[in-house]
Write a protein that binds this ligand. Structure first.
Ligand code: SF4
Length: 391
């Protein structure tokens, strides 16, 4: 039988991994659909040669796989996504290839485009996020502009880290891609994904100035810190790299003083795009819609947000009915504890069903066992002296 997307992958397609090789991958890597905070994530290709020291591939025991390989063809992966129990047409945000490869690597890019085409042909209007630090050229932009239905956002990662033991890829590649993508954007939107910002590595005044200058070439800028979880910490130690933090917490680290320096620098800078602390906030702003993660409930997040966007989020943000949330939580196997002015609090629900609730209700859903600290914006306690003391 002919594949419905035959001909969509231009050029020589990636080989599909042998079943025995797939079976040897970590179970989470074989699971090609996974719900994450920014959306349902589809990862049907694994392997990356870019060697960023802080890459999430460390978490999947996949850092040594340098050559991208497919686990399955695009039509099969797309079907797994749209038939996933948590997928909702036109609602669920989607992320492509954000876990184990870069979607714009030369051999991967045709597959990324094929998947975008497939989703678009299904008439889906969901947000679709593509994160890259690799090259984007004007011909790519023409393809990215050709999709009619999906709400596409290209997030270009740029850190400015010059220690090539931590980031061997030249940051100028991302800087050029950002500019090209932004200048050619018609139907899609572009985010400067300014991350990871790490004290002592890339937070000098010059680094901040460079980040703000780049923010001119984006519809929005999202700045964030480092996931310094155990696996990355161990990698830094094994390579003899300077360790930025003593601990490896579950959440991203963005020290209070560093955040304030970034915001102060941005306040004195003309012509940049607005800064956001959260990915979904930047994506939502870039498309002129309300945040799909309900961050508006965490009101202190919004103090840097443009007035028009605050209005959009305020209009869309509604405290859901208790009976509805209660039934939703129970159906997923958990229990509702309370709905307060900031969030729904549940117990017994892992991350993935919590994100399903959050994206469908447009209201934050927190786990009672993992409380969020006021003003921390869901980040680690490291670098927030007032909280470190009370703990
Ligand atoms: S108003 Fe708040 S929730 Fe909405 S996009 Fe801005 S920061 Fe995010």
């Amino acid at each position: 039988m002919t594949s419905p997307i035959e001909g969509l992958v231009i050029g020589r397609p990636l080989p599909i991994l042998a079943p025995a090789t797939i079976a040897a991958l970590q179970p989470s890597l074989r699971d090609v659909v996974e719900y994450r905070k920014s959306g349902l994530s589809l990862n049907w290709i694994v392997g990356c040669p870019l060697d960023c020291g802080y890459c999430v591939r460390h978490f999947f025991d996949n850092y040594d796989m340098k050559v991208p390989r497919a686990l399955m063809p695009e039509d099969q992966a797309a079907e797994m996504l749209v038939t996933h129990k948590y997928f909702r047409p036109h609602i669920t945000p989607i992320q492509l290839l954000n876990r184990a490869t870069d979607p714009m690597l030369p051999r991967v890019k045709p597959h990324t485009f094929a998947m975008l085409r497939l989703l678009d042909l299904k008439g889906l209007t969901n947000h679709v996020l593509v994160i890259t630090r690799w090259r984007i050229d004007p011909e790519d932009c023409a393809i990215l502009n050709s999709f009619k239905n999906i709400r596409l956002t290209i997030l270009v990662t740029h850190s400015g880290i010059s220690d090539d033991r931590i980031e061997p890829v030249d940051s100028n590649i991302a800087a050029t891609s950002l500019r090209v993508a932004y200048e050619n954007a018609r139907r899609y939107r572009v985010i400067l994904y300014w991350r990871p910002i790490v004290p002592g590595l890339n937070d000098s005044d010059n680094h901040l100035r460079r980040g703000l200058e780049l923010s001119r070439f984006a519809h929005a800028t999202v700045f964030t810190g480092l996931f310094y979880k155990d696996q990355i910490k161990q990698y830094f130690q094994a390579q003899g790299l300077p360790e930025p933090y003593d601990e490896g917490p579950r959440r991203k680290i963005m020290p209070e003083a560093l955040e304030q320096r970034i915001l102060d620098a941005a306040a004195g800078f003309e012509g940049g795009s607005p800064l956001f602390r959260k990915t979904s906030c930047g994506v939502a702003y870039a498309h002129g819609v309300a945040d799909y993660n309900g961050h508006y409930g965490i009101r202190e997040l919004c103090d840097i947000c443009p007035v028009a966007q605050i209005g959009r989020c305020a209009d869309a943000w509604k405290r859901p009915a208790e009976s509805e949330v209660d039934a939703f939580a129970q159906q997923l196997g958990g229990a509702l504890i309370e709905i307060n002015e900031r969030a729904i609090v549940v117990e017994g629900l892992p991350e993935q069903p919590r994100y399903l609730m959050q994206h469908n209700l447009g209201y934050q859903v927190h786990d009672v066992a993992r409380p969020h600290q006021l003003n921390h914006h869901g980040r680690a306690d490291i670098g927030w002296p007032a909280t470190e003391e009370t703990l």
